[in-house]
Write a protein that binds this ligand. Structure first.
Ligand code: MOS
Length: 731
């Protein structure tokens, strides 16, 4: 189905099942520990052997010699793979920048250099410790500031980064002439996905056919990448990933667990399972890159922005991309003169890549702190400053409106519900015993991406519906919203729908990433349901145009037939997908939020405790308010981590992230998280899809960090521009 004009009225608008705060249909499986995660699929292949990954001990250079003889002779060992078995690196998979395996060259610390397969995990680990490796170490580039080039990043072609570099009007003159100005430098650290479930795969061969039970957000990308990396025909590969214990962007791509499990299973002649050891994860895989950012804002005394400069420097391996921390700045506020660019430093730290809300998450931590600084300089309320600079059109293309944009309502609603009027704009004035108390706010912004997505739906003989798509549920609620969509479209109770996900043999979906999963995957299923409705109508002798599906019945005029009747003559199967025309070129599609935070800072120790958080979100129709709320409070929690504690600490001498496990990479725990409230404005967006929904899972993170940092400033009067805002920085 092609979606190229705004959606009219359709069966989803009934909102009998869609839009309800339904519990997760996969909840009981998860809470009883019976959802089969990749490493736990003991049943799928007999005789599984265990793999253990060896990571490079240097960050840059090459291996001169590797002795695996002791490991090969160790008890229980079935196979030992060495990176030196391959003359050069295996081909790159889609979106991979760092090679995963092969060759003598080391591009980053903990790059996989060997893989041991044994009868037990302990035997594999013991044998791995017997591998002796000699290296020739090169001097690497590990200091972002020192490695920064003088010239801005020049994107090639019209790739995504090209759109994010922007020059409108005459920034320098406008900034110079602006009556009120701020100019500040900020930094954000590298962050790790640190998901609960590590990268994990079971691989099994049957002849030249390979099956991987793995943990991955994007099944079709994975299958294509594996075909490339392993030089196989895609049709010989099956990837299955029905349950995923978090990804946050770290599992958008094929990682080395999948590649080594496949190669190890071939070498051992047996299925092989591997879970990447936790201490390897931060350096072996990808991370959110650190940034150095500059914001300059010029405004009139009444707070209208006349000039915006935002630039960001980040590092990556050769051929990598910059972190697009400037991307929201093109669209969030109107200003006639704008200058936006990035610099890319070539570094030899592990690969930088997407982590939840890549771009906006670190970008808004900075832009929204700068706006707070400007508001103070103007003597203006920070909420009002955002409202004055709202735009309903793409500031660079006045004839291109936002499809829906209710940022102002997010901010006004948030201010009212949070009790913003009680905030003392003068910092460091509000005390509660030993605590200094402050409030802060920020705007949130994240784009809504349209991408094609397909699904299959079957009407079984007993009237049950089965949905099949390679879509993933990374903890987001996909199972539930797909079931809700099918139930609404076919007029059956939720319990009558079964959803099966994550199998590459199913129709290719949007996958889970970039907060595009919910809107696109449900829209793809919507298209399949439209087709199934036509088939049902035809089989039952109805005119498809005036038929209704409700209460398990198919109705038109006075005639009503149970839906199950349609399958009596044989199971009915419909497959279709959503494809988009140019609506997202005609309309800018984005999501918006107002974040409000209250903190208390210990006046003796500088310890920050968050007291209250509120997010008001404008993200189209909310398909399931309970699942969406869970996404947003999870994102707010991640924002608390980003503001207060998360930081990949770089060893600039040896080039690695020092705190590379969950004991030393600090993330918020329950005790760090106070009262959180989420309000959805719930305006359907008829230009986003027939579902009229948008993404929300990343929006919840965008802006939170700045709201917390701004609250700390309001509490203490100390402005920390170097995230995370730890107590040592504001004492
Ligand atoms: Mo998200 S960082 O695109 O999984």
């Amino acid at each position: 189905m092609k979606f190229d004009t705004p959606a009219g009225t359709n069966p989803i608008d009934q909102m009998k099942v869609v839009g309800r705060p339904t519990d997760r249909i996969d909840g009981p499986l998860k809470t009883t520990g019976t959802a089969p995660y990749a490493y736990e699929r003991h049943d799928v292949a007999p005789d599984q052997a265990y793999g253990y990954i060896v990571g490079s001990a240097i960050a840059k250079g090459r291996i001169t010699r590797m002795d695996t003889s002791l490991a090969r002779a160790a008890p229980g060992v079935l196979a030992v793979l060495s990176t030196l078995d391959h003359a050069k690196p295996l081909p790159l998979g889609m979106m991979n920048i760092a090679h995963l395996f092969g060759g003598a060259d080391i591009a980053h610390y903990h790059q996989a250099i060997a893989f041991v397969v044994a009868e037990s995990f302990e035997q594999a680990r013991a044998a791995a410790a017997l591998i002796r490796t000699d290296y020739a170490r090169d001097k690497g580039r590990f200091d972002l500031e020192a490695a920064a080039p003088t010239a801005p990043f020049e994107p090639t072609g019209d790739g995504p980064n090209a759109k994010d570099i922007d020059s409108v009007g005459d920034f320098a003159s406008a900034f110079g002439a602006a009556p009120v100005r701020i100019e500040q430098h900020y930094t954000t650290p590298g962050e790790s996905h640190a998901m609960m479930e590590p990268f994990a795969t079971i691989a099994a061969w049957e002849g030249d056919k390979l099956t991987l039970w793995t943990s991955n957000q994007m099944i079709a990308w994975s299958k294509g990448s594996l075909a490339k990396i392993l030089s196989m025909k895609p049709e010989n590969i099956r990837v299955d990933s029905p349950y995923i214990g978090g990804g946050f962007g770290g599992k958008l791509f094929v990682r080395v667990d999948a590649v080594l499990a496949a190669l190890g299973a071939k070498a051992a002649g047996r299925p092989v399972k591997v879970a990447m050891q936790r201490p390897l994860m931060a350096n072996n895989s990808t991370h959110r890159p650190a940034t150095i950012q500059t914001v300059k804002l010029g405004a009139t005394p009444d707070g209208r922005l006349t000039a915006i400069h935002h630039s960001s420097t980040s590092g990556n391996l050769p051929d990598g991309k910059p972190e697009v921390a400037v991307q929201q700045t093109k669209l969030l506020y109107a200003a006639p003169n704008r200058e936006i660019w990035m610099k890319l430093a070539v570094t030899d730290l592990p690969e930088g890549n997407a982590m939840r809300a890549p771009g906006e998450a670190p970008g808004l931590m900075v832009l929204e702190m700068a706006m707070d600084e400007l508001a103070e300089k103007l003597g203006m309320d920070p909420v009002e400053l955002r409202i004055v600079n709202d735009t309903q059109v793409d500031p660079a293309k006045p004839d291109r409106p936002f499809s829906e944009r209710h940022l102002v309502e997010c901010l006004r609603t948030g201010a009212e519900k949070f009790g913003w009027s009680r905030r003392n704009p003068k910092p460091g004035q509000t005390r509660d015993g030993k605590w200094l108390v402050g409030m802060g706010m920020a705007a949130g912004f994240r784009n809504n991406q349209l991408t094609k997505s397909a699904a299959r739906i079957r009407l079984e003989r007993d009237g049950h519906l089965t949905v099949e798509t390679d879509m993933t549920d990374i903890g987001t609620g996909t199972y539930t919203i797909l079931a809700q969509t099918a139930a609404e479209m076919m007029g059956v109770p939720l319990a009558q729908v079964r959803v099966i996900l994550g199998d590459s043999d199913f129709p290719a979906s949007a996958g889970s990433g970039g907060q595009w999963g919910a809107n696109n995957s449900t829209a793809g299923l919507y298209a399949a349901c439209v087709k199934l409705r036509e088939q049902v109508a035809q089989r039952l002798g109805f005119n498809a145009a005036d038929v209704q599906f409700a209460d398990g019945q198919v109705r038109a005029g006075n005639r009503a037939v149970p839906l199950a009747e349609a399958a009596r003559g044989g199971v009915l199967t419909a497959e279709d997908g959503i494809e988009y025309g140019t609506l997202d070129e005609q309309y800018q599609q984005s999501t918006f939020a107002g974040h409000f935070v209250e903190v208390a800072v210990d006046s003796f120790t500088g310890e920050t405790r968050i007291r209250r958080m509120l997010a008001v979100c404008d993200a189209g129709r909310i398909l399931n308010p309970k699942a969406a709320r869970s996404q947003v409070i999870g994102a707010m929690t991640m924002g608390a981590g980003a503001a207060l504690m998360e930081e990949l600490a770089v060893d600039k001498r040896f080039g690695f992230f020092v705190n590379h496990d969950l004991a030393s990479y600090e993330v918020p725990v329950h005790a760090d998280i106070p009262h959180q409230e989420v309000i959805f404005l719930d305006y359907p967006d008829d230009k986003s899809s027939p579902m009229k929904a948008k993404g929300v899972g990343e929006l919840g993170l965008c802006g939170v960090g700045a709201a917390i940092a701004n609250a700390i400033y309001n509490a203490t009067g100390v402005r920390v521009r170097d995230y995370p805002v730890t107590l040592d920085k504001h004492l």
